[in-house]
Design a protein around this ligand. Sequence first.
Ligand SMILES: [Zn+2]
Length: 135
Amino acid sequence: MSNHERTGLRELTMSRWHREGFPDDAVAIDVDLMGSCPNCCEPIYLWECVRGDRPKSTAYMRGLVHSLTVPVPLLLIRYWTKPGTDELDHLLASFRMGGDGSVMDAQQLQTYLQGLRVVHQVTCAGAPPWKRWSS
Ligand SMILES: [Zn+2]
């Protein structure tokens, strides 16, 4: 949950600063959701979310995923809310990288993500050094 959602205030100091002074090759991106292994902390999938049918570029996220040693599926999650509320009505997930190009509803998405978790368990390298040191 963003700070804006928690407090109603949005902190823009760094956002304004980088837009004024950084060259065009400095792009601010965020990861809306990363599925990760609780054991090794490696990413299993990434989400970019957008409300409804609005356009949404994932070019920089695709570049980020492509640069990973082991690329993970990048999914665009389009969601719609119940009229007059912020309550989720339904969603559709489509692949931007990885996957078979299909479009999934929420139930199909859950099944797909569970499959990714199962596949990861087979190759999971275990707790990374930084995680072992902190416990
Ligand atoms: Zn793992």
